[in-house]
Design a binder for this molecule. Structure first.
Ligand code: ZN
Length: 488
């Protein structure tokens, strides 16, 4: 190496050092900016004003995220439920999964959960809801995964995941994922193992599943029989989704898979005692001799299933009262969006509503379409109603819903209450038919649903009990919109 080269080498080191310092500085600045921006995103989301932000495509998507996690023990030894929530203006989720002592099981579950999250984000990207999304609306996209556990004998646990993806539209896509594992060995078990790999046994199961679906009265006239035939052909991968529940094999089909979506998830039940000879020894134990060992099945974590019933356009002197009585009967709390100019006239009804523990919302003074009036008129509509409610009940309303769901950025910037839309529209105002209320709820039901109804139609009061009864049976707790976790 001559002198010149040495000099050049020294310079090269200088250049490398300077470049590194500059790069690090630039990175630090970028990071600071991104961090500030994400703070801004959170603040604007909370204040319900501010510009459209796009965390999905953000360089640091997780900085704006506020994931909360809670771990709950279950009645099954060694199995915990993890509840994870992300509040986000675009891609909110609320998911449950389990943690066990088995690495195999945990890994499989982890994969399912992370696949579900990326599937959800991809759908949001594809549907382009990001552009149209209005962060000030409460009608956000939602991924919801709940988990149910069913112990069988001492060592087996069935895990059933129900996944709901709700985009801003009212369509909820519901799919099921299951897993059966042995706590003692830490291994998962599929149907092929339970039936000892016997193809003849599978044919028998396939026939039983098919006939169980066809005989089910609820599914009648709703089943796509060609699809059913195809999806119950005796192939092992047609029978991947199952659980063992109350000494029966339960097979699951996704919403809309083999029957009309209005049916929701479709199940077929095959009692273990009817297929006793087909089962491997471990599964025969306890079935034949009638000394079945059952842990009491845990409640389907019903404490976590919530629904917010909402009633617009009242108060009404008789119909609201009937609804209040029904709600009491089912220990249900609801939210009433009142039209201001009716409040004083039916003050007794409004007071009764508050005293029975329901939430009161503002639904404008005269049921005005806010997108058609001036900012001053919007403010008057809100203020007059707030004052009327305060005068009668002593408290201001806590939430707001625009009549006809009509809102835009300008209108929303004028409203200083949480704007609550809905996720299920019963169309009760259109049908005016009590018998149509329950089917319209069933069709789109999902956890944390906000159901839109009107307490000025007799048909709504007449059909409400069937809805309350059904949702109660499904394990839902009836809460006010503010009690739904997403608004906390
Ligand atoms: Zn209305």
């Amino acid at each position: 190496m001559n002198n010149k080269d040495r000099k050049f080498g020294g310079r090269l080191i200088d250049i490398v050092l300077i470049t590194t310092i500059v790069t690090l500085t630039v990175l630090a600045i970028i990071f600071t900016i991104a961090n500030n921006e994400s703070n801004y995103q959170n603040v604007s989301a909370n204040n319900e004003i501010g510009k459209q932000t796009n965390p999905v495509n953000s360089v640091f998507p997780d900085i704006s995220s506020s994931v909360t996690q809670e771990i709950v023990t279950t009645s099954i030894n060694g199995v915990q439920i993890v509840k994870e929530t992300l509040k986000d203006p675009i891609k909110s989720y609320s998911i449950q999964y389990i943690k066990t002592n088995s690495e195999t099981v945990n890994a499989e579950i982890k994969k399912y959960i992370s696949d579900s999250k990326s599937q959800y984000e991809n759908i949001i990207r594809l549907k382009n809801t990001v552009e149209e999304h209005d962060i000030t609306s409460n009608l956000v996209n939602k991924l919801n995964i709940t988990v149910e556990l069913y112990p069988h004998q001492k060592q087996y646990v069935s895990v059933v995941f129900t996944k709901n993806i709700t985009l801003q539209s009212n369509n909820t896509d519901t799919t099921i994922h299951t897993l059966l594992f042995n706590k003692e060995t830490g291994k998962t078990i599929d149907l092929e193992q339970i039936l000892n790999g016997d193809g003849k046994s599978l044919i028998s199961i396939s026939e039983k599943v098919r006939s169980s679906i066809l005989k089910n009265k609820t599914y009648q006239n709703h089943v796509y029989s060609d699809t059913l035939t195809k999806l119950t052909e005796s192939k092992w991968n047609n029978f991947e989704r199952f659980s063992i529940k109350n000494n029966s094999l339960v097979f699951y089909f996704n919403k809309g898979e083999i029957a009309n979506s209005s049916i929701g998830v479709t199940t077929a039940t095959v009692s273990l005692s009817t297929i006793y000879p087909l089962l491997i020894k471990e599964f025969q134990a306890g079935i034949k001799d009638g000394t079945v060992i059952t842990n009491p099945p845990p409640k389907a974590d019903s404490t976590n299933k919530k629904v917010a019933l909402t009633f617009d356009d009242g108060p009404h002197p008789t119909i609201t009262m009937e609804i209040l009585d029904l709600l009491d009967k089912y220990d249900a709390k609801a939210t009433f969006f009142l039209v201001g100019n009716r409040v004083e006239e039916y003050a007794d009804v409004v007071i009764d509503t508050v005293e029975r523990g329901h939430e009161i919302g503002n639904h404008t003074w005269s049921h005005a379409k806010l997108t058609n009036i001036s900012p001053k008129q919007v403010l008057d509509q809100l203020k007059q109603t707030n004052i009327a409610i305060k005068n009668v009940t002593g408290q201001y309303p806590t939430v707001f819903r625009p009549p006809y769901g009509a809102k835009n950025q300008e209108v929303i910037s004028l409203i200083n209450l949480p704007v609550v839309m809905w996720t299920i529209d019963t169309l009760d105002w259109k049908y005016r038919d009590a018998s149509k209320l329950l089917p319209s709820v069933k069709e789109s039901m999902h956890n944390n649903a906000i159901i839109l109804m009107h307490d000025i139609h007799q048909s709504t009061a007449d059909g409400l009990e069937s809805v309350l009864k059904y949702l109660k049976e499904q394990g839902y707790e009836f809460v006010t919109v503010s009690e739904l976790s997403q608004y906390k």
